[in-house]
Design a protein around this ligand. Sequence first.
Ligand SMILES: Cc1cc2nc3c(=O)[nH]c(=O)nc-3n(C[C@H](O)[C@H](O)[C@H](O)COP(=O)(O)OP(=O)(O)OC[C@H]3O[C@@H](n4cnc5c(N)ncnc54)[C@H](O)[C@@H]3O)c2cc1C
Length: 381
Amino acid sequence: MARTVILGAGFGGLTVATDLLRLLGENHDIVLIDRRDHFLAGLRKLWAIVGLGALEEGRRPRKSLTQRGVRFLQREVRAIDPSARRVETDVETLEGDHLVIALGADLRPDLVSGLAEHAHNLYDADAIPDLAAALAAFEGGTIAIVIAGAPYKCPPAPYECAMLLDDHLRQRGLRDRTEIAVTTLQPMLLPNAGREASDWLGEQLASRGIGFQVGRKVERVEEDRVVFADTELEADLIIGVPPHRPPRVVTESGLTGGRDWIGVDPATLEIGHEGVFAIGDVTQIGLANGLPLPKAGLFAELEGQRVAAAIAAEQQGQGPPPAFDGRGYCFLEMGKATAALVEGDFFADPEPRVSVREASADHAAGKRRFEAERLERWFGR
Ligand SMILES: Cc1cc2nc3c(=O)[nH]c(=O)nc-3n(C[C@H](O)[C@H](O)[C@H](O)COP(=O)(O)OP(=O)(O)OC[C@H]3O[C@@H](n4cnc5c(N)ncnc54)[C@H](O)[C@@H]3O)c2cc1C
């Protein structure tokens, strides 16, 4: 029986596994590997900080996939040999007819002095309970949200966090005693969505009294201040988005080929070895304007759909499916139980064509459904 080995059971890997199961059923051996025993979507973290939903409600055990026909193995991936389609884990060596690398991005707060010690890590689920507790104890002052590296996943998330905090602190009667500021090292708020979308987001932040500074590269973080090359920001609560890097096994296995991330054919997600694909945050796909495709769960999923369809078509002796086209969307939390809908054709030339549909309660419900539909599709509930 042909086998596909999928490394990483996040948005991308789960999509490949469950799509292959739907398309090829029992006739295909689907092996899915991840070091962690459960899945949790990133967007839950934002809700958990301000009490809009518990992390637990979004957690699903990966071993439940085995009952559904996907062989889930909780393992550490130690080495990847793409030419042999061979993977070494802490337990065994596995080979596949197809290999899909969906290992995401590692968070590296250690790359900025003081970030791990003095900032709450917005992107680490394990750090969210402490951040929620610090916010609950907060009685006013300055909150700094610091984007310390790029590219980083879900580019709007730090700004969504700021707008959710704004709403939350208003409800607690603390907003007039609180400054909220977001800093980014990038030259505009959402560079890979383009100037118009960045300007729109800037207006949304300003209308809520949220400060923002672009082009601010963090040099170090101290107990109550963030130090940039040419200025400083004093803050009572510091929330950080750490630099992202490919997982070490990816670089050590030579898969980045001297680049920052794994390069892929944008249409097929192939990496230049027969039967080997890479999808999601671990890849870098260049856009016409020279910037990378945003790292987002939706793109990992759409890429995963294309890869599963290509593997299934090959197994069934059919022609290749339509190419991955770089079109995607995201619901952007705006506070007050509303969200905006940002949609884009990211492969457009000379730059992504992105449109924004204004905040509504319907779009906020759409974001809730976004998570619920995926949990249902991948885990059955
Ligand atoms: C706060 C926040 C909000 C977000 N909101 C949204 C949103 O609204 N919409 C959206 O589309 N995206 C959102 N995202 C982004 C989204 O979560 C990521 O882009 C998405 O998870 C990427 O999917 P992936 O499959 O590439 O990687 P991941 O989902 O990160 O999966 C990679 C997996 O590989 C495993 N792994 C890594 N190395 C190893 C190893 N050596 N051995 C074994 N296993 C390993 C990891 O444990 C992980 O489970 C958000 C992210 C954050 C942090």
